[in-house]
Design a protein around this ligand. Sequence first.
Ligand code: BG6
Length: 494
Amino acid sequence: MSFPKNFLWGGAIAANQAEGAWLEDGKQPNATDICIGISTKTPSIKFNEETGKWEMALDPNKAYLSHEGIDFYHRYESDLELMAGMGFNSFRTSIAWGRIFPNGDEEEPNEKGLAFYEKMIDKMLSLGMEPVITLSHYETPLHLMTEYGGWSNPKLIEFWKRYITAVFTRYKGKVKYYLTFNEVNNLQRMSLVAGGVLSTDPAFRDKPYDAPLKEKWQAYYNIAVANAWTVKLGHEIDPGYAKIGCMISSSSVACYPYNCDPENVMGAYQNARNITLYMGDTFCLGIIPGYVKRIWNDNDCWPEMSEEGIQMIHDYPVEFYSFSYYMSSTYDKEVAMTVNTGGAVGRKNPYLKYSDWGWAVDPVGMRYMMNFIYDRYHLPMFIVENGIGLNESLDENGEIHDPERVQYVRDHLEQVHEAILDGVDVMGFLYWGPIDVVSAGSGEMKKRYGFVYVDRFNDGTGTLERKKKASYDWYKAVIESNGENLIPGFKHQK
Ligand code: BG6
């Protein structure tokens, strides 16, 4: 009747939003390095008609904050110590593929990259934190996209196998939890970063952030096969230790019909399936669902598949379901649905409050989503992203008081506890952005999630100094009590 004994408490970040050092120690550019915000649809890339290839085209007048990030690459030791100060027993970050294989298609890995993550992983272990490693967090090497078109090309499966083999071999016995592709379901709506797809189709020259349906579904299939290979190779190389999970943006599972018009009820379900559940169904059930094949039939966009690939998908499903949840949405057939890094956006829900960035704050939606997914897959569930971005600055005493963040996390953790009481098997809760990082969606520093403030601003200025916010001690107390202090009368429950 409580948070489980070995519950994983911690936080999550991603290499591309924190490390900086974007071209250090051999690393080459990746998908997010050319974006100032992945939702902004303005990637810095141009098609060269002479060579017939895409080329990186950075704007010298713009600040690409992710190129320096919060300098986690050089400060990870003291930053991890700050995290350990809150009592974290786990920490999630990603390995930037391009540090290990800079262009993606080399034969041999880059020793400097492997050594860097080894030191980081060892530091986590020395602080008593279980490393939770995302293998691809919107970080497909750019060369694989400009040279091969990205994940719509089956060659990437071979490059991926080389990469994960190097990772599993080097960190054997050290990393227990691997997540394959971050928010992989976003590939339909953010194909450039979430799908690593870059099309040479002339119709997409002025919108490289998108790609033809056929290429996106080909990427879906290739990624599904690569996901299966990850499970297989992870178990072969690190048997009995490495556990492999998917990572799915799951806010859109809590997509409510705006009213009881049956078309809105069906529309809400279709929306949840087409932008979220399709990936979970593939990765967890090992199937390509009928409603996906219907999309292929209706749009004449069947990907090329092999019997061996379909068998791999079937034989190697993931072992746990990890996810992000930030907000819910409503479906109204009269209003076009859009999407951002938080999930789907439809008609405004009159029952909910919205964050500074227009994200619906809906803790009950999280309980709903967790029950829905658990009933569907019966796999352990791991919350690896939940949090709130706020526009914050130091007050006159040089402090930051963030009661809104405390309220958000408290309310969501209460609903996680409800889900546990409902019977959902929950592995842990990793708060998104326990230290301020560059926003994925908008590429800015202004949108701060941290329990720790970082002195860096949208124009690229700042000392990078770290400072604890008021929420730091609050989260520490939550972890210390294994969540008990959140639950009034908790000890007396039967
Ligand atoms: C998720 C991503 O989409 O949401 C993270 O996995 C991201 O990378 C997080 O940072 C919050 O989104 P944003 O746009 O507020 O940074």
